[in-house]
Design a protein around this ligand. Structure first.
Ligand code: FAD
Ligand code: EPU
Length: 353
């Protein structure tokens, strides 16, 4: 059933979300509301089915596990405007609507001669979701490139422009992740450079560029190297359902990392804040032999130990149960607690996992 409350708003009842989550979990939403323009949001929230409800905001569902079908209405932003707001000297401000596909924005920015997003090429999802967990890859986090986030606050009816400092970006974390459902991100402003300084430090990038015979890489070369590495390592959700890394890399006290290192000298350890270290969740899981393991249609990818996969018809509950088994084994073997990266809908992560 389709109703039109406002020209900028599309409302559907009993909507199939199977193609709107990259795990491919078969769930339906009681309502799906799609808003093309941010200025339609106040009216949308004043009318059924959003009035008095706390909707689940959904982008492409590439960081979401539906353990149960949502009981609340689902809201998507579908605007796709991209424009340069201002150019000052070596830098420019690029604005994109929340509904723009992230990888398309990265490629568009490079076409415009604006550098800075190239290390984040091929990350699935939308621009609106990028600040939620402060997406990161290959040595860059999006918070480093964000000037401001435009958001609607349903509780107050205000349209806000939050500076990057307001957003409290950290590893896979932000104000938005800490206060889920408080804001609907409507667009993002990025501060990008004309002719940047490529970030080449992450393992694998320099090797990939060297293999291509590139000595002085441009941003586009870096994007292509990142795309090639990602295609080799990460399963394509169009082929096998997944949400990228299912667990965050755990941050532990330096003393705990040192004790583990004494027992496992080949364990990768990365710098974190003062007195802390980041461990590799993939290594911990791989070490326990879970790579390629499966129980029914739920399993761990054969190509990357951090990727929970749906081989076909796994339910969200079966995927969560498998993830809990993996986390329980890591805790038992290494004394390290893993936390999921995707948003869980209809369940909370058990603290004992
Ligand atoms: P969704 O999954 O739809 O939503 C994610 C969260 O954001 C939810 O909490 C949702 O409520 C909220 N949200 C979405 N849109 C809005 C909005 N407009 N306003 C308010 N809240 C909103 N992530 C990385 O950081 N680095 C990677 O390298 C990476 N690689 C990946 C590889 C694969 C193969 C896959 C499948 C995923 C990967 N991810 C990675 C995770 C994912 O791509 C990102 O988290 C992405 O930003 C999610 O975008 P989305 O539109 O699909 O968000
Ligand atoms: N490793 C293994 N086994 C594996 C895979 C990796 O032991 O099967 C070890 C290796 O030692 C490797 C190390 O883990 O050197 C790191 O692997 P990788 O470079 O693939 O990075 P990651 O820590 O597994 C993180 C992000 C990814 C991001 C990459 C590249 C998290 C939770 N994940 O993965 O983000 O693309 O770095 O920067 O921080 C995502 O968030 O969904 C995601 C894919």
């Amino acid at each position: 059933m389709t109703a039109m409350a406002d020209p900028g708003i599309r409302i559907r009842r009993d909507a199939d979300l199977t193609s709107l989550n990259t795990f491919g979990v078969r769930v339906r939403a009681p309502w799906l509301v799609e808003a093309e323009r941010a200025d339609a949001l106040p009216a949308a929230f004043a009318a059924a089915p959003l009035r008095g409800a706390t909707p689940l905001v959904l982008g492409s569902g590439s960081n979401m596990l539906f353990v149960e079908a949502p009981t609340m209405p689902v809201l998507r932003l579908t605007g796709t405007d991209v424009r340069i707001l201002a150019g000052e000297g070596d830098t420019a401000l690029l604005y994109a609507d929340a509904g723009v596909q992230w990888h398309a924005l990265v490629m568009r920015s490079l076409e415009l001669g604006l550098d800075g997003l190239e290390n984040l090429a091929l990350i699935p999802g939308t621009v609106g979701a990028a600040p939620i967990q402060n997406i990161g890859a290959y040595g860059v986090e999006v918070g480093q490139r964000i000037e401001a986030v435009h958001a609607f606050e349903p509780a107050t009816g205000r349209m806000l422009r939050l500076s990057a400092a307001d957003c409290a970006f950290a590893y896979r974390d932000s104000l938005f992740k800490q206060a889920p459902d408080r804001f609907v991100v409507t667009g993002v402003e990025f501060r990008l450079r004309r002719g940047g300084m490529p970030v080449l430090g992450y393992a694998g990038i320099a090797e990939e560029l060297a293999a291509r015979g590139i000595v002085s890489p441009r941003a586009r070369d870096v994007a292509e190297a990142v795309i090639a590495i990602r295609r080799r390592k990460l399963p394509d959700p169009a082929v096998i359902g997944n949400a990228g890394s299912f667990f965050k890399n755990p941050i532990v006290p330096a003393a705990q990392a040192d004790a583990l290192l004494a027992l496992h000298p080949d364990m990768p350890v990365f710098r974190a804040a003062e007195g802390q270290r980041k461990l590799s969740a993939a290594w911990l899981i791989d070490r326990l032999g879970f790579k390629g393991a499966r129980d029914g249609d739920a399993g761990i990818a054969a190509s990357h130990a951090l990727v929970l996969v749906n081989h076909g018809d796994a339910t969200g509950r079966q995927l969560l149960d498998f993830a809990c088994r993996v986390a329980g084994a890591v805790r038992a073997a290494f004394g390290v607690a893993l936390e999921p990266e995707p948003r869980l809908v209809g369940a909370t992560w058990p603290t004992e996992a």
